[in-house]
Design a protein around this ligand. Structure first.
Ligand SMILES: [Zn+2]
Length: 141
């Protein structure tokens, strides 16, 4: 699906919802001007700061759009020692309580409000991020 159609789907999904319209407009403008590689693993707070919008408002919007099937959530498990991403899951039901960092060679316990962070990626139904870009990012983990 082309980026313009994805933007229409976002507008449609957000219509008639109790969401901040300025935040929606900022997000749509950002998506329109950015390369699709930039859509991979969006950190809601980082993006909110970049767009100069309220963090909670953008997070609410992305969660709403995820509920509408437009985005997938990535559950990223960070090593408590080096902060590198040791694992990533798309569903909590595949998550494990125990983690291991290959770089630090340590085992640790995954704790939701400590070392687990979420990012958002457009659903593959709408946007296809080039596999070579994803592979390059995964090799950074
Ligand atoms: Zn580590």
């Amino acid at each position: 699906m082309k980026k313009k159609n994805f933007l229409k789907e976002i507008s449609s999904a957000a219509a008639n919802k109790d969401l901040n319209k300025d935040v929606l407009e900022s997000l749509l403008l950002w998506f329109d001007k950015e390369d699709i590689n930039a859509f991979y693993r969006l950190n809601a707070f980082y993006l909110a700061d970049k767009l100069k919008v309220d963090r909670k408002e953008l997070l609410s919007l992305l969660i709403e759009l995820t509920g509408a099937g437009l985005f997938d959530i990535n559950w990223d498990y960070h090593c408590p020692q080096c902060n590198g991403i040791s694992e990533t899951h798309n569903h909590l039901n595949t998550a494990k309580a125990e983690g291991h960092c290959k770089i630090c060679n340590i085992d640790f316990r995954n704790i939701l409000d400590r070392n687990i962070k979420i990012t958002f990626t457009p659903s593959e139904k709408y946007i296809t991020i080039p596999m070579d870009y994803i592979t390059g990012k995964m090799n950074e983990i």
